[in-house]
Design a protein around this ligand. Structure first.
Ligand code: ATP
Length: 917
């Protein structure tokens, strides 16, 4: 079927059934751009908003079908796939065969409740992470109604005119009609990783996908240049939409830490099983217990000792970290970044927009004759040019007029007014130049109409300039070039004085640039070259040496106040901050001083880095704070050098060429606003507001997550240890078990998922950003943690077993003594939960006791269950518990309180201020 016939007019298009029209195979590539725009009833001015809205309704959102997810049932079943559960199931069967149906029932209940809690928690964690991922929607630049604007890529419709440039993921299938050196990597579709150079001529209708060089396919990556195209297919109708198998994304909730903990847990399970078997053999052979009883005791021991809740608690802690970071504008793309962030020791940051506000204003303009100040703030195009406080009459300064024309024409930004506010679309540097042009009295629209652009060389950070070629209607041609002074000066032979060209005085310009840059202003030089009417295509050679320099502008870009504070916080937290910028060394140094990055900056420039070997760079890299005129390749070498010095590096980036260094860094950090899709995809984290302060917040949250994981481990392991040791002590001493296996299972069931989980919600401790970063090579269980685990386990046994023996020696019957022992165990856990809220600080404060509402809810819940366990007849029947009196509760609370004080005393003695290093 001939597509063009089918889509003869837009009416036809609109009346066609959506499904059939968008799924019809097309051969758009064999038609000229004019045919395509004609058939889709659009033009290079784009669709109107009404047309776009109607088509959006018709064709639906430009979104690919969601990848298949694991079903709820699979997720639930996977909860049972765990060594511990197998152990428990075997135990349940054997206990049932031995006729202990209550124990068997309780074991089954533990298994089911554990699986349900795991299922719900994992679901929540996945949701939290998905929600955050959705914050990263792709944007597209379209022309609608002649106006260039940014919209969510989902709103694109067939007929839209889209602008793409290096670093972008192509947002829909496009037919290209205008481009400059547009290279697109299509490995996603063709498997070929060498980028394809695109062009605008029709190709044969039977051309393969890889040969359709006049099309750009949704999902492929622009590696170089820029282009414009008409949307020919969106959503499921795109080429990538047809190959939906490629889209199955795998989201895992595992990280190096969870894997490390998983293997630790497996190892622990093995060890515990061995100990349980040994204890069983010992009890049976040495202490003459009945084999059935010993089997049950061994089951109780194993279940008591295995920290079955730990993996779920860690996953939840990480997911909560992701959510908290998102609330502070740092979006985590890969879960492991949460834990790595806690150990970051160096942050390498871009300057423009991250440390500074990216709100540019040209305040100085210097020509060969004089230097003028320009008044006015922000993008409001009202202001004057003055020299030594006297307003200048620009008519007397032809070079300024020429410079402003160059600034307006060699420019891709747009200045728009909405109510009272002036905003720009596009690069803020270029926006600032437009505003300068408007202040000089230029009518921006009119100038663009009288001097249309024929060709351009786009700005790329490798060559640091941009050039455009224009002709007026009389055929007079001119090339305008703007860029970094080092890129422009060597191309100039002349400078403009009034209407004349005179020989260039490079020393003068270098001095002017230095004077401007010392104030922390960005500098940009502008130059021009007159060409013939026939000269319609712009080549690099055209601008190699004969340009006329018009002048240099100085642009202020004030530091972000919050970033200045964040830099100071980083320094306190032992995290070094390094600025890596494409800007001039003098500008960068001035900004670094203003931001407090350093008091006496050591600097390196990109060209100096090029002269160095990797070893030389490693020697210098730690002491240098400012890297200027640095390109993406330099960034990669800097990260590698820092890592060779055992640093954990967070590195920011935005361009397509930053991807390798972002991947290489421990926490690659892309800019959410000005970053390219390529940079975002290479990163672990995306900053929603491009703000340096958000990185610092993320580091703080990362440290909090790690603290909370440590707190959970420190809570869970000694409680399991205490329970297990109680059983072992009874067997070793040949006394009756103080807690029956069913009772132990009960305790585990109600405490593991309530109390421990509440610690993952702990707020950040105050001193978190005052201590040095965590060493990633240190083990999860530090010597301090091992000590605390042993200490508290012993306290738990002493409390539970001690009170049990005391009760027995005072003639209390076994069931009452056991009820008291179980309640003691639980109360000890509750008190220890309060201790565990702070690792080393005392919790004997209002905040210490009441600061985490989740802990209080968990405690209330556990107390409620314990009362049911003790007083409800059916529970008494199942667990052989009996009602106990107030005096018994008094004794239980006393024991709990003693443990609480003992742990607080331990904190004071070992971690008190006098013991701080
Ligand atoms: P950072 O790397 O910290 O974001 P940056 O934005 O200054 O710093 P680049 O964007 O690589 O780094 O810019 C480097 C230099 O190129 C600037 O100092 C400026 O002189 C020049 N430049 C920047 N933007 C443009 C542009 N749109 N057209 C021409 N030249 C530009």
């Amino acid at each position: 079927m001939d597509t063009l016939d089918t889509l003869d007019t837009l009416d036809t298009l609109d009346t066609l059934d959506t499904q059939t029209s968008i799924q019809t195979p097309t051969d758009w590539h064999s038609y000229s751009p004019e045919q395509v725009t004609g058939k889709l009833d659009t033009s290079d001015q784009g669709l109107s908003e009404e047309q776009a809205a109607a088509r959006l309704k018709k064709f639906g959102e430009n979104r690919l079908p969601a990848p298949p997810r694991r079903s709820g049932l699979t997720r639930l079943l996977s909860q049972f796939h765990n060594v511990l559960i197998y152990v428990l199931l075997v135990a349940a069967i054997v206990t049932a065969l031995l006729g202990h149906s209550v124990d068997s029932g309780v074991i089954i209940a533990v298994v089911i409740i554990n699986a349900l809690v795991g299922f719900i928690q994992e679901g929540k964690a996945e949701k939290a992470i998905d929600a955050v991922r959705h914050m990263l929607s792709q944007q597209a630049v379209v022309i609608r109604h002649g106006q260039r604007k940014q919209i969510p890529a989902e709103e694109l419709v067939p007929g839209d005119v889209v602008f793409i440039q290096s670093g972008d993921r192509v947002p829909a299938d496009l037919q290209l009609f205008k481009l400059k050196e547009l290279n697109i990597e299509e490995a996603l579709l063709t498997g070929e990783s060498v980028p394809v150079l695109k062009q605008t001529n029709p190709v044969a209708s039977d051309a393969d996908l890889g040969d359709r060089t006049n099309l750009a396919f949704s999902g492929t990556l622009v590696t170089h240049g820029q282009g414009m195209g008409t949307v020919i297919a969106t959503g499921a109708a795109t080429e990538i939409g047809r190959i939906s198998t490629l889209l199955a994304e795998v989201h895992t909730l595992t990280t190096p830490l969870t894997r490390q903990l998983d293997s630790f847990a497996r190892w622990l399970t093995g060890a515990i099983l061995l100990i349980a078997l040994a204890t069983m053999a010992f009890g049976y052979l040495v202490r003459d217990y009945a084999l059935g009883d010993m089997f049950l005791a061994a089951v109780g021991l194993a279940v008591a000792a295995i920290p079955e809740g730990l993996p779920a608690v860690i996953t939840i802690a990480l997911a909560i970290g992701v959510q908290r970071m998102a609330n502070r504008r740092a979006i985590i793309r890969r879960l492991p970044a949460v834990e790595t962030l806690g150990s970051v020791s160096v942050i390498c940051s871009d300057k423009t927009g991250t440390l500074t506000r990216n709100e540019m204003t040209v305040t100085t303009v210097t020509s060969a004759r004089c230097s003028a100040d320009i008044s006015g703030v922000g993008y409001n195009p009202h202001g004057t040019f003055s020299c030594e406080n006297k307003d200048l009459n620009l008519k007397e300064f032809d070079e300024f007029q020429q410079l402003c024309r160059a600034a307006v024409l060699c420019n891709d930004a747009q200045l728009t007014q909405r109510d009272e506010d002036w905003t720009i679309e596009g690069d803020p540097t270029e926006g600032a130049l437009l505003v300068m042009g408007a202040k000089s009295g230029i009518n921006l629209q009119e100038l663009h109409l009288t001097m249309p652009r024929d060709d351009l060389i786009p700005f790329e950070s490798e060559h640091r300039f941009m050039a455009t070629l224009h002709h007026d209607h009389l055929g007079n041609g001119i090339i305008y070039v703007k860029g970094a002074i080092e890129a422009i000066l060597p191309r100039c032979h002349w400078q403009k004085v009034g209407e004349d060209n005179v020989n260039l005085d490079a020393d003068y310009w270098n001095l002017q640039q230095e004077l401007i840059a010392r104030q922390g202003k960005r500098t940009l030089a502008l130059a021009q070259l007159e060409v013939t009417e026939a000269h319609r295509i712009l080549h690099f050679n055209d601008i190699s040496n004969n340009l006329t320099l018009l002048g240099v502008v100085g642009i202020i870009d004030p530091p972000r106040e919050e970033a200045i504070k964040a830099v100071a916080e980083c320094h306190q937290a032992g995290v070094q901050v390094k600025m890596i910028t494409g800007d001039h060394v003098t500008t960068a140094t001035a900004i670094a001083l203003q931001m407090g990055i350093t008091e006496s900056p050591h600097t390196l420039t990109g060209s100096q880095i090029e002269q160095m070997t990797d070893e030389e760079l490693q020697d210098k890299v730690e002491s240098v704070q400012v890297f200027a005129r640095a390109s993406p390749e330099h960034k990669l070498r800097i990260v590698s050098a820092l890592q060779a010095r055992h640093h954990v590096v967070a590195m920011t980036g935005d361009g397509v060429n930053d991807a390798p260094s972002l991947k290489r860094a421990d926490v690659g950090t892309a800019m959410g606003v000005k970053g390219t899709e390529a940079a975002k995809e290479a990163s672990e984290m995306v900053l929603a507001d491009d703000n340096f302060a958000s990185i610092t917040h993320a580091v703080e949250e990362g440290r909090t997550v790690f603290d909370n994981i440590s707190k959970s481990i420190l809570f869970i392991l000694p409680t399991n240890g205490g329970e297990a040791l109680t059983v072992m002590a009874a067997i070793a001493l040949g006394t009756l078990l103080p807690v029956t296996p069913a009772q132990i299972l009960w305790v585990n069931m109600i405490t593991a998922v309530t109390l421990a989980l509440s610690l993952t919600f702990e707020p950040t401790e105050p001193g978190v950003m005052q201590r040095p970063p965590r060493n990633t090579r240190s083990p999860i269980l530090s010597p301090f943690m091992v000590w605390r685990i042993v200490f508290v386990s012993l306290l738990m046994v002493a409390g539970t077993f001690g009170l049990f023996l005391w009760e027995r020696s005072n003639g209390t019957d076994i069931n009452t003594a056991r009820t008291i022992a179980v309640n003691t165990l639980v109360i000890l856990e509750i008190f220890y939960l309060l201790n565990s809220r702070f690792l080393t600080r005392s919790v004997l404060t209002r905040d210490g006791i009441l600061g985490n509402p989740y802990a209080l809810y968990a405690i209330a819940l556990v107390i409620f269950f314990q009362l049911l366990f003790t007083y409800l007849p059916i529970m008494q029947l199942f667990f052989h518990t009996v009602s106990i009196d107030a005096a018994a509760w008094g004794r239980i609370l006393l024991v709990g309180f003693i443990l609480f004080l003992a742990v607080e005393l331990e904190k004071k003695l070992i971690h008190g201020p006098q013991n701080k290093k």
